[in-house]
Design a protein around this ligand. Structure first.
Ligand code: PRP
Ligand code: URA
Length: 212
């Protein structure tokens, strides 16, 4: 794990680098793309959960009683539609009892501003640790809008998990939402004039759902 920006956590692991390469490759099929997104989501979930609060409990093994632990913190996953949906199953494998909200945002390809079309979040959003999921942090407009909504709903323990982050997006989130922790599997160079991340992986939603 390396820190390039304040509150930005870049996963450093050979398996992460291997799977990001799979995602970048134009020849990767939809099936293989989804599988790599899932594995990366597993690894992000493990990293994000490493400081969760535990409570000691007693557990009876087949041989004797001993001390065990259970998680105190409730987790709410909030994927940003569509592409964030691809990360949900990988996170649920690691945090099976997490509740799941949804935020529907579509980036207007002309103006690059996010347009909202759906919101639904569970009632414990104000007390839970909220993990916002979207594979791409490009201009940061969609993520910033999603965080604004979560704040309006009372969420205060939000972290953001993405696969590929651009410096422009990180800076926007840090300026508009100081203190939000960003976890990413790759930090890319820049955006092109259409707001796509370079080198990137193309349109994450289209590649996840085969709508190219
Ligand atoms: C993509 C991506 C993010 C957004 C990132 O979604 O999944 O939500 O773009 O760009 P930004 O940081 O400049 O806002 P898109 O709007 O293409 O929708 P989709 O997931 O339905 O394809
Ligand atoms: N959204 C994507 O899916 N890809 C990008 O490179 C930028 C925004």
């Amino acid at each position: 794990m390396e820190e390039f920006f304040k509150d930005f956590h870049l996963l450093q692991h050979p398996l992460v680098k291997r799977d990001i390469t799979v995602l970048r490759d134009i020849n990767t099929t939809t099936e293989i793309f989804r599988a790599a997104v899932k594995r990366l989501s597993n690894l992000l979930a493990v990293e994000i959960c490493k400081d969760l609060t535990l409570e000691e409990i007693e557990v009876q093994t087949p041989l004797e009683k001993t001390t065990g632990f259970e998680l105190v913190t409730e987790i709410v996953l909030v994927p940003v539609l569509r592409a964030g949906l691809g990360m949900v199953s990988g996170f649920l494998e690691i945090i099976p009892d997490a509740k799941v909200g949804h935020i529907g945002l579509q980036r207007d390809e002309e103006t690059l501003t996010p347009v909202q079309y759906y919101y639904k979040t569970p009632s414990n959003i104000d007390t839970a640790k909220v993990i916002l999921l979207d594979p791409m942090l490009a201009t940061g407009g969609s993520t910033s809008e999603a965080i604004k909504y979560l704040k309006r709903k009372g969420a205060n323990g939000t972290v953001f998990a993405c696969l590929v982050a651009a410096p422009e997006g990180i800076k926007k989130i840090q300026a508009e939402h100081p203190g939000i922790q960003i976890y990413a599997a790759a930090l890319d160079r820049e955006l092109n004039d259409k707001g796509y991340i370079l080198p990137g992986l193309g349109d994450a939603g289209d590649r996840t759902f085969g709508t190219l």
